[in-house]
Design a binder for this molecule. Structure first.
Ligand SMILES: *[C@@H]1O[C@H](CO)[C@@H](O)[C@H](O)[C@H]1NC(C)=O
Ligand SMILES: [Zn+2]
Ligand SMILES: [Zn+2]
Length: 329
């Protein structure tokens, strides 16, 4: 296959991946933000039929993205087992590194599963009263004696109604289409582990592929080799030439590597953001609220430090939502 053609396909593929990711995160932000500049922008960019599909897939609970997630996992690991694993075994890379991705993806799938099936803290008539006592109202973001207009239940502080799951959720963070569930009081810890393990799995696969490609370059003495062009001049191999050579010799592997590198950047950044929110006792919902109301009210400064009782306490609340609540009252 022609290098240029392959490369164009590759760039298009990466762009699609990035824009899908941005559209989805834009949607979960606007979900909690209400002022959805992003959704508006989307409606100008996408053609009508795609918009319709986009809204249907995102505004009702659907397994579409869970399945897409599993397919992407399967593709990356099929490529890994099919090509990378065998070559690395032959090159005698340390077996620990070769097996690490399998261990990490197993851990990741376990937390992915927990994230999908754990009840995030949906409010019902039975638990309404006990959930009401967990957090105090601040009368800035969350006001007393309000009822959810849809479920008619009293609204505990930090809760929010999710229009996709059709219920109010305690300590609502956001609705995540990748796990087809809300992230709330009782699954935010799984969500955190899920993100971290997914990032590490991607890092480890990318690491093994990079190590392999470097080995190939070193063993074949490509760096010191030279080639002669049509006019008979001799050139040393340039980096661009080596990359092109690797791309043509191992197209699937380089393809996967590029995808993983972008994924690591996006996931890594997002994981840091979620970790930061957990450490400072904020939810994504509150973070967005503080941002959109902050002009002049001093809300931002309050939410940024007002609710935090130190990192350890904040994390304890994430990891022991039940016991924390019982101990404290
Ligand atoms: C987190 O913030 C809420 C208010 O939004 C507060 O009621 C709660 O006690 C805080 N938790 C910790 C561990 O600081
Ligand atoms: Zn509700
Ligand atoms: Zn939801």
């Amino acid at each position: 296959m022609d290098f240029l053609w392959l490369f164009t396909m590759y760039v298009v593929f990466l762009l699609v991946c990035v824009s899908v990711f941005c559209l989805l995160s834009g949607r979960s932000m606007s979900n909690s933000n209400r002022i959805s500049n992003y959704a508006e922008m989307v409606s100008h960019v996408l053609p009508a039929w795609l918009q319709r599909y986009y809204h249907r897939a995102l505004q009702t609970r659907s397994r579409a993205f869970v399945i897409l997630h599993l397919i992407l996992d399967a593709l990356v690991f099929a490529e890994y087992s099919w090509e990378v694993f065998g070559y690395c075994w032959e090159l005698e890379l340390k077996w620990l590194y070769i097996f690490l991705p399998y261990a990490l993806i197993t851990i990741n799938l376990y937390y992915f599963y927990l994230c999908c099936v754990t009840d995030p803290g949906t409010l019902t008539r039975q638990n309404e009263v006990s959930y009401m006592q967990v957090y105090d109202y601040d009368d800035i973001m969350f006001h007393r004696d309000r009822r959810c207009p849809t479920c008619q239940l009293l609204k505990p502080a930090r809760s929010k109604h999710c229009s996709v799951c059709k219920g109010c959720v305690q300590r609502f963070d956001h609705h995540c289409v990748w796990v087809n569930n809300c992230v709330g009081a009782f699954n935010i810890r799984y969500f955190l582990f899920y993100l971290l393990s997914l990032t590490l799995a991607a890092v480890s696969v990318a690491g093994v592929i990079t190590a392999f490609l470097l080995q190939v370059v070193l063993l074949s003495h490509m760096m010191t080799a030279a080639y002669i062009d049509v006019e008979g001049h001799e050139h040393l191999m340039s980096i661009a030439f080596i990359i092109q050579h690797l791309f043509l010799t191992f197209p699937r592997m380089v393809f996967t590597l590029g995808f993983l590198l972008i994924l690591v950047l996006l996931l890594g950044g997002y994981s840091c953001f979620v970790l930061h929110l957990c450490l400072t006792n904020q939810t994504t919902n509150e973070w967005c609220k503080a941002r959109s109301h902050s002009s002049g009210t001093g809300l931002l400064s309050k939410s940024a430090k007002g609710y935090s009782r130190g990192r350890v306490e904040n994390m304890r609340e994430i990891f022991q939502p039940h016991t924390y609540y019982k101990k404290d009252r």
